[in-house]
Design a protein around this ligand. Structure first.
Ligand code: F6P
Length: 532
């Protein structure tokens, strides 16, 4: 019997067991948790027991996770559909040595890292200035991986931000660029056009709009533009001087790119030293991932818990719930990382995937989510595994009592999800309120919590740049491990192409009434409405 069958059989035998029962094993929390450089990952509030864990670990072993991991770090072309290596890990391994096709790639990585650091220092100390003086604002124009990483990171590391203010424009909706640039002074603003391909429609439209805005305010608009891209010919065609172009190689996937020049806006905000601490945190997680046995390996454990819930238990979605306002954009960041990577129905070998693809990932920071969608998480008919994140301390020591409220809420939620509330307890509550008969029964039933709902909790000491690096690399590797187990190529994204192509055909129909007769009836009706 194969590992998937073993897991299904085991799950069938244990699915009626309550999570609370599992805690009759007094050492369960220690046995079903793991540490890495100050992080604690607790997965004891799941229905995974020693047998399930053994089977899941075997699944990872049989899928060749270790060999694939080593191949990735070594620069092998594991992104087979695009014929590329996958080396975002090289961007945070500045001391290391990595080759692709027999050629050292680290000298270029170090050179661009130094170029970024020099530029960031010059902007921050004013030796690179705008035409109206020291740069006060930096606008990053990019989308997807060229936006979400630095945008999420700039919020996450706001307590360390002592450089220019950072702003992020991504949507092609003109409202975005208009509303962001509106209050800024072009004479003291630096615009970074961040695009791996430098062809992305949204980014190029926003870059053009920003150039016009800049031209209306300063004599030499190009002097206050920088670019981050793999397409250096296109950046020079746009008119950006070579010394402000920060290149990277095609072996850095968009959604894995915040460690390199795509992170320039973050580096400008927090400074090169803090940025390097972020890289060091990512590197520490790489080392943990590379050297720790699977049963104690955080990325592998997160992946196995994910596989258990999604593939074995059949839970189609997963909520990411950071109890940390600074991680408010983490769910959005993870949506791209996880769903663009593992949302596929064809396996690496071209065959239809034998199983479901990766789960829907969604979430909001706690405690806000509690007052919005937690109702469904606690009492809805579908089980939604939850992933809580929480720091031991915040950056506001003067408000420490509030942080304790935050922590109490986080722990309360996972406890409530696990324990629930029985009908008997609910009846007693209603009795105490003086209710009786049918009304007592009716009211009691509404107050029942089924419980037995799984969650994990990731604790960290404090959201420093190092810890942010650990967390992001942890999730990257988790996605990788899940992808290998499912047989997916986690590093391409063909599923985003069709909509882009069709948008190109629709632009002339909207712009100058081009013939739309080849379109379907619905699209024609919508076009007619928009054309007025
Ligand atoms: O459309 C998807 C995508 O290709 C993402 O993978 C990528 O992060 C984003 O677009 C932006 O691409 P680029 O950096 O080339 O502008």
């Amino acid at each position: 019997m194969g590992s998937w069958d073993d897991l299904a059989a085991h799950h069938a035998g244990v699915k009626r067991r309550t999570l609370a029962e599992l805690f009759e094993n007094r050492s369960r929390s220690a046995e079903f948790s793991a540490h890495a450089d100050g992080l604690l990952f607790d997965y004891s509030k799941t229905n995974i027991d020693a047998t399930a864990r053994g089977l899941l670990v075997r699944l990872a072993e049989d899928a060749g996770v270790a060999a694939r991991r080593d191949a990735m770090f070594a620069g092998a072309k594991i992104n087979e559909t695009e014929g590329r290596a996958v080396l975002h890990t090289a961007l945070r391994n500045l001391e290391g040595s990595v080759t692709v096709d027999g050629e050292d790639v680290m000298s270029a990585v170090r050179r661009v890292h130094d170029q970024m650091s020099d530029f960031a220092r010059a902007v921050r100390d004013g030796s690179f200035a705008g035409q109206g003086g020291k740069i006060t604002d930096v606008v990053n124009i990019g989308i997807g991986g060229s936006d979400l990483g630095p945008a999420m990171g700039a919020i996450a590391l706001a307590p360390y931000a002592d450089g220019p203010r950072t702003h992020f424009v991504s949507n092609v909706d003109p409202a975005h660029v208009h509303d962001i640039l509106g209050p800024l002074d072009p004479a003291t603003t630096l615009v970074i056009v961040a695009s791996k391909t430098f062809t992305t429609q949204e980014t190029m439209a926003n870059a053009d709009a920003a150039r016009d805005w800049m031209a209306a305010g300063v004599k030499d608009p190009a002097a206050q533009f920088a670019a981050v891209s793999t397409a250096l010919d296109k950046t020079s065609a746009f008119g950006i001087a070579e010394e402000r172009v920060f290149g990277f190689a095609d072996w850095v996937g968009g959604r894995y790119s915040m460690w390199g020049p795509i992170g320039l806006s973050l580096m400008l905000a927090v400074g090169p030293e803090h940025f390097d601490e972020f890289l060091a945190g990512g590197r520490a997680m790489d080392e943990h991932f590379l050297s720790t046995p699977f049963v104690d390996n955080l990325p592998v454990l997160l992946a196995l818990v994910g596989i258990w819930h999604n593939q074995v238990c059949g839970h189609a979605t997963r909520a990411v719930l950071p109890y940390d306002q600074h991680l408010s954009r983490l769910p959005a960041y993870l949506q791209q990382l996880e769903m663009e990577s593992n949302g596929k129905s064809v396996a690496m070998d071209g065959e239809t995937l034998a199983r479901d693809s990766g789960p829907v990932v969604w979430g909001e920071p706690g405690t806000n989510g509690q007052h919005a969608f937690y109702q469904l998480i606690h009492q809805g008919t579908r089980v939604i595994p939850c992933e809580f994140l929480l720091g031991r301390e915040g950056h506001e020591p003067e408000l420490a009592p509030m942080h304790r409220l935050l922590a109490a809420n986080c722990l309360a939620q996972s406890e409530a999800l696990m324990k629930g509330r029985s009908l008997e307890t609910a009846r007693k509550m209603m009795e105490a309120k003086g209710l009786e008969g049918d009304e007592l029964e009716r009211q009691a039933r509404h107050r029942v919590f089924p419980g037995n709902r799984p969650s994990t909790t990731l604790l960290y000491p404090k959201l420093t740049p190092f810890v942010l690096g650990q967390i992001i690399a942890l999730y990257e590797h988790r996605v990788f491990v899940e992808g290998v187990i499912l047989g997916i190529n986690s590093f391409d994204q063909w599923g985003v192409e069709l909509g882009k192509e069709l948008a190109q055909t629709l632009v002339p129909m909207l712009e100058n009434g081009a013939d739309a007769s080849a379109k379907d009836g619905s699209t024609r009706m919508l076009l007619d409405y928009l054309r007025g």
